[in-house]
Design a protein around this ligand. Structure first.
Ligand SMILES: NC(=O)c1ccc[n+]([C@@H]2O[C@H](COP(=O)([O-])OP(=O)(O)OC[C@H]3O[C@@H](n4cnc5c(N)ncnc54)[C@H](OP(=O)(O)O)[C@@H]3O)[C@@H](O)[C@H]2O)c1
Length: 435
């Protein structure tokens, strides 16, 4: 298996506590490589975003995700960690948050952005929010009003990407035009930097793209459910349309609501309604989960070996040439032999960082989305989850590994339920109509 070691596969500040406790702490600040390099950022319309964003559906959702306000401190730390590591894309929606907590996800993001220490990074943050096509939002003006309410909750003057949450074409076609004109109005009034859609099928995606283009509004993104559990014809057709029209595909639920993390089993189900779905799907997922785990383990092991070799060949040899490990004749000066011990400690930490960050099924599942040309937005609830998911960046699965995963996924009898609002049509028919 070919592995490029020039990519920033290690992220030295996130040793987990079990690693730390088994090693003496370093007398110097651990090196910190970014999870990805600046040139790996992705252009999305007028915006430049990290190759992965984070989703915040869970932030405020008690029913499905078991949110409690006591989680807010942890969520803020999670947000800070993500931003400090270069993640600048955060997905939310005006409908996120259950009951009296409606809008909570946007409110929390607004608070966290305001309180984030670091002007430059704060200015770089791109919030992609979605406006629900509620049946009472019947005019463009009502969508503009919704956008202004989101701006208030987010405490910003302009939203990064204003997205339509779903299309009404299948059940309320007249409302659809109001949605589109609402987007145009938001863009023209400078309330959003770019516009996007969510849960649009290929046919409707082309229609809205053409409509917006005629009005001088570029469509920058299309968000759909896209993962190893959700890679059917629909997804592939939408990806083709996106590629041909210069639209970025944002992959939501890249972990299959948590099923692809490998932490759930038939006998260990999450609390709440997810358990019903997981009970249906998990029993058939064994081949896929095994493949994810196997690739993750192989990657972790190989990378830790590669890191060892790389350190030995590059750093150790270089330092030896510089007489770094020799005792100096001057007894008052630093005894350089100590450096060897320091070096060994550093090396140990480095190997653990490499292996720890690549031995999780979760990051393999997210990396699959990146390899398919999508921007995944895994949902995160804790610092640990954010740390782990950052490990999906800075490397790529090989073509053999992609095939292995896709074959295993095709073997699973049950797939995720597709969004009912999506419109369908044959891609060839659509593209030939479009030409
Ligand atoms: N446009 C739309 O209609 C739409 C629909 C759905 C989602 N979205 C967006 O997409 C985002 C992501 O999708 P999603 O939240 O539905 O599902 P997901 O990303 O497939 O799964 C997220 C869940 O997996 C678990 N998880 C994440 N990282 C983990 C890790 N490293 N280790 C263990 N568990 C981990 C967490 O839940 P537990 O710890 O509770 O298991 C987390 O909430 C959402 O937050 C939202 O912004 C959009």
């Amino acid at each position: 298996m070919a592995i490029s070691i020039s990519t920033p596969t290690a992220y030295f500040s996130c040793f987990n506590s079990s690693n730390q406790s088994s090693l003496p702490s370093l007398p110097f600040k651990p090196l910190k490589f970014p999870p990805f390099w600046p040139w790996q950022k992705v252009k999305m319309g007028p915006l430049t975003v990290s190759p992965m964003g984070f989703g915040t559906w869970a932030w405020g959702n008690q029913l499905l995700w078991g949110y409690q306000e006591s989680m807010d401190t942890d969520l803020q730390q999670t947000f800070n960690l993500a931003v400090e590591n270069g993640i600048n894309l955060f997905d939310t929606a005006d409908s996120y948050g259950t009951g009296r907590l409606n809008g909570q996800s946007e409110k929390l993001l607004g608070k966290f952005i305001q309180e984030f220490p670091g002007q430059q990074m704060r200015n770089d943050i791109v919030i992609a929010t979605k406006f629900a096509a509620y049946p009472w939002r019947l005019t463009p003006g009502l969508f503009v009003k919704a956008c202004k309410a989101s701006l208030e909750r987010l405490q910003v003057e302009q939203i990064g990407i204003g997205q339509l949450h779903w299309s009404t074409a299948n059940y309320a076609p007249p409302q659809e035009l109001a949605l589109w004109d609402g987007l145009v109005a938001m863009y023209e009034q400078g309330l959003v930097r770019a516009v996007g859609v969510s849960n649009y099928g290929p046919k409707q995606l082309i229609k809205i793209h053409d409509y917006l283009k005629a009005r001088g509004v570029p469509l920058c993104s299309a968000q759909v459910q896209f993962s190893l559990l959700s890679m059917g014809e629909d997804q592939m057709e939408i990806k083709k349309v996106c590629d041909s029209l210069g639209i970025r595909l944002i992959a939501y639920s890249p972990l299959g609501l948590g099923m692809l993390t490998g932490k759930y089993t038939k006998s260990r189900l999450p609390l709440g309604p997810r358990a019903f779905l997981f009970r249906q799907i998990l029993p058939g997922l064994e081949p896929l989960l095994n493949s994810l785990g196997e690739i993750a383990q192989r990657r972790g092991k190989t990378l830790s070996q590669v890191s060892k070799l790389w350190v030995e060949n590059n750093i150790y040899a270089g330092l030896r040439n510089m007489n770094f490990f020799q005792r100096r004749p001057d007894s008052n000066a630093l005894i350089k032999q100590d450096n060897l011990a320091l070096f060994q400690m550093f090396f140990c930490q480095l190997s653990l960082a490499f292996s720890g960050r690549h031995s999780k099924a979760t990051i393999v599942a997210i990396n699959w989305c990146i390899c398919k040309g999508a921007i995944p937005i895994p949902g995160i609830k804790t610092v640990k989850q954010a740390e782990e998911n950052l490990g999906a960046l800075g490397w790529r699965l090989s073509s053999d590994e992609l095939l292995q995963l896709e074959y295993a996924a095709s073997e699973s009898p049950q797939k995720m339920i597709q969004n009912i609002f999506q419109t369908r049509s044959s891609i060839d028919q659509i593209m030939s109509n479009h030409r």
